[in-house]
Write a protein that binds this ligand. Structure first.
Ligand code: GUN
Length: 287
C-alpha cells in the first residue's frame, strides 16, 4: 500500500486564490488589509519565515510592514512598538515573530497585542475562545492542518485522533480543533508511555515534536491520515519531518510530505486570519 499525498502547496494555491479575490473586494470598498510583522534579533530561521510572510502578503495585495529590532531591544521598547501598532487603523494584524530574545518575557508581549489583531491566535483571549468552542483567530499551523483534512473530504467526526506534541502553538490548539470536529482526541508528549501503542490507534495522527523521522511505519495504523508538522534541518542540510516518510507512506492511507505538506498552509492561514481581522475590525460581514 502506498499513501496518497496531501499536497499542501496545491491546497494553498486554491485557498490563496480565494484570499486574493477577497482582498480585491475589500479594496473596492477602500480597505487595504495591513499586517505588521515584528522581528527582534537575528535568528536565521526567523529571518526566512518573516521574508516569506512579507512576500506572501505582497502577492495577495495585503500591505505588510516588517519592523526589525536589534537583539538588544528592551521589553519596554518592544511593548511600546506593539502598543503603537495596536492603535493604528491601517494595521489589522500584528505578529511578533518567535522566538524573541530571552531577556524579554514572551507571555507579556503576546498579552499586550490587541486580541482583535492577534493573527497568530496566541493571545489568551483567542486561546480561550477556541477552547470554549467559539473561535475567532486560530493558531495558523493547526488551522492549516484542519483545512488540509477538510480539503480532501476526509470525515473527522467519530475518528480517533492522536496529537504527538503539546506546544501552545501547535499541539494543544490542534487537539482542540479536532475535538471540536467530534474526533476522540489523545495528546501524547515526552512523558507518554507506550507511545507506539497509542499512535497505532490513530485514524488521524498529527506529529509536532521537532524530532527528525521519529514516527516510523510500525507506529501507525494502516490506512490512517498522517500530518507531519516537523521541519528539522539535518546535518547534511536536508529538511526532514518528524515522520519517517518512506516507511510511514507504505502503511498510512494519507500523508503530508516535508517540504510541501503542512508548511505552506501556515502562511496561507496567516493571510486568512488577516482577512478575518479586517472583517472584525471594519465591522464587515464575512464574505
Ligand atoms: N515562530 C515559529 N512559528 C511561528 C508562528 O507561527 N508565529 C510566530 N509569531 N512565530 C513563530
Amino acid at each position: 500500500m502506498s499513501a496518497k499525498i496531501i499536497d499542501g502547496k496545491a491546497v494553498s494555491k486554491v485557498l490563496r486564490e480565494k484570499i486574493f479575490n477577497k482582498t480585491n473586494a475589500l479594496k473596492e470598498q477602500g480597505i487595504v488589509p495591513g499586517l505588521a510583522v515584528v522581528m527582534v534579533g537575528e535568528d536565521p530561521a526567523s529571518k526566512i519565515y518573516v521574508k516569506n510572510k512579507a512576500t506572501a502578503c505582497q502577492d495577495m495585495g495585503i500591505k505588510s510592514e516588517v519592523i526589525r529590532m536589534p537583539h538588544s531591544t528592551s521589553q519596554d521598547e518592544l511593548l511600546d512598538v506593539v502598543e503603537k501598532l495596536n492603535k493604528r487603523k491601517d494595521i489589522h494584524g500584528i505578529l511578533v515573530q518567535l522566538p524573541i530574545p530571552n531577556h524579554i518575557n514572551e507571555k507579556e508581549v503576546i498579552e499586550r497585542i490587541n486580541p482583535l489583531k492577534d493573527v497568530d491566535g496566541f493571545h489568551p483571549e483567542n486561546v480561550g475562545k477556541l477552547l470554549s468552542g467559539n473561535p475567532y483567530l486560530i493558531s495558523c499551523t493547526p488551522y492549516g492542518c484542519l483545512k488540509l483534512i477538510e480539503h480532501y473530504g476526509y470525515k473527522i467526526e467519530g475518528k480517533t485522533a492522536v496529537v504527538v506534541g503539546r506546544s501552545n502553538i501547535v499541539g494543544k490548539p490542534m487537539a482542540v480543533l479536532l475535538l471540536k470536529e467530534n474526533a476522540t482526541v489523545t495528546i501524547c508528549h515526552s512523558h507518554t508511555q507506550n507511545l507506539a501503542n497509542i499512535t497505532r490507534s490513530a485514524d488521524i495522527l498529527v506529529v509536532a515534536i521537532r524530532k527528525p523521522n521519529f514516527i516510523t511505519g510500525d507506529m501507525v495504523k494502516p490506512g490512517s491520515l498522517v500530518l507531519d508538522v516537523g521541519m528539522n534541518r539535518l546535518a547534511n542540510g536536508k529538511l526532514a519531518g518528524d515522520v519517517d516518510y518512506n516507511s510511514v507512506a507504505k502503511v498510512a492511507g494519507w500523508i503530508t510530505p516535508v517540504p510541501g505538506g503542512v508548511g505552506p498552509m501556515t502562511i496561507t492561514m496567516l493571510l486568512q486570519n488577516t482577512l478575518e481581522a479586517v472583517y472584525e475590525q471594519e465591522n464587515l460581514l464575512r464574505k
